[in-house]
Write a protein that binds this ligand. Structure first.
Ligand SMILES: NC(=O)C1=CN([C@@H]2O[C@H](COP(=O)(O)OP(=O)(O)OC[C@H]3O[C@@H](n4cnc5c(N)ncnc54)[C@H](O)[C@@H]3O)[C@@H](O)[C@H]2O)C=CC1
Ligand SMILES: O=C(O)C1=N[C@H](C(=O)O)C[C@H](O)C1
Length: 255
């Protein structure tokens, strides 16, 4: 059995993932980490300052992190110190934090990092890439919508969408909303962020041309869709060589 520790255990994703780990035939939930100690699914949840001792005690094979950017950096460093593979779903990293994470992982532990672990979004990203490649001259707008409690904006998924678009059309300014006499649209990528209710995660890319508009949309209806991708990644990463992998590697999409 592959032993798993869940960081962010008591959160929306941590509880969803914990339940799927318990139900998985090849994974064993051995503990959790959160800002307060407690328990979930019958295993101990320790307070985050105790993570090193906890990892030494439980000797997990995989640490899964769905927390907040500042915490994830420290949790990943702890996993690296203890030779534990990581699955990172947390979003909202600064460039500096992303570099810290890379330095903690490269040459030391295997990691699957993805802003979105749903199979559907990983297919959606391939569709966006093809559309951007073919529709470079169209006006491109990115719209994302999430629940009232989401801390970071734009979403990590939207950030990945923007990165994919720029890989295909070249560097462009990002225009976050528009207000006042803004004049004729430039060659920017428009980015629009909606927050409200219990929206799980909606992403749309709009390619507006002369006489036609192409809209590509992915809509998540339950966090289970992300958790299934996480479970698949946790099984996949076991015994992999150190380095950073994506869901494309896990799903065998890598070209
Ligand atoms: N990659 C993906 O597929 C997905 C990524 N996410 C991302 O996952 C993150 C968490 O999302 P939610 O579960 O909705 O948030 P949440 O706020 O419900 O859960 C986060 C949990 O982390 C805990 N936490 C904070 N600091 C910690 C620390 N130092 N050590 C351990 N735990 C700590 C919090 O107490 C909380 O229980 C966000 O960055 C979100 O964008 C969310 C869904 C899917
Ligand atoms: O915070 C969330 O809920 C989600 N965050 C991820 C992101 O920032 O893209 C993935 C998903 O959209 C849900």
């Amino acid at each position: 059995m592959i032993k798993v520790v869940m960081c962010g255990a008591l959160g929306r994703m941590g509880t969803k993932i914990g339940g799927l780990v318990v139900d998985s035939p090849d994974l064993e939930l051995v503990g959790g980490v959160d800002i307060k100690s407690g328990s979930f699914y019958g295993v101990e949840v320790v307070e985050s300052s105790n993570i090193d001792n906890f990892l030494k005690e439980k000797k997990p094979d995989v640490l899964i992190d769905f927390t907040v950017a500042s915490a994830a950096v420290e949790n990943i460093k702890a996993a690296s110190r203890n030779g534990v593979a990581v699955i990172v779903g947390t979003t909202g990293f600064s460039e500096a934090q992303a570099e810290e994470i890379s330095n903690a992982i490269e040459g030391k532990i295997p990691a699957v990092i993805s802003s979105n672990f749903s199979l559907g979004v990983n297919i959606f990203w391939k569709l966006v890439r093809e559309a951007a490649k073919q529709l470079k001259d169209y006006d491109i707008e990115v719209i994302e919508a999430h629940h009232h409690f989401k801390k970071d904006a734009p979403s990590g998924t939207a950030r990945t969408i923007i990165d994919i678009i720029k890989e295909e059309v070249g560097e462009r300014d990002e225009m976050y909303g528009r207000k006042g006499m803004v004049g004729e649209r430039g060659n920017e990528i428009g980015v629009h962020v909606i927050r409200g209710g219990d929206i799980i995660g909606d992403h749309t890319v709009l390619f507006a041309g002369n006489d036609e508009v192409i809209e590509l949309t992915h809509r998540a209806y339950d966090r289970t869709v992300f958790a299934h991708g996480v479970i698949r990644s946790a099984s996949w990463i076991y015994n992999k060589q150190p380095g950073v992998y994506s869901m494309e590697d896990v799903m065998g999409f890598k070209e």
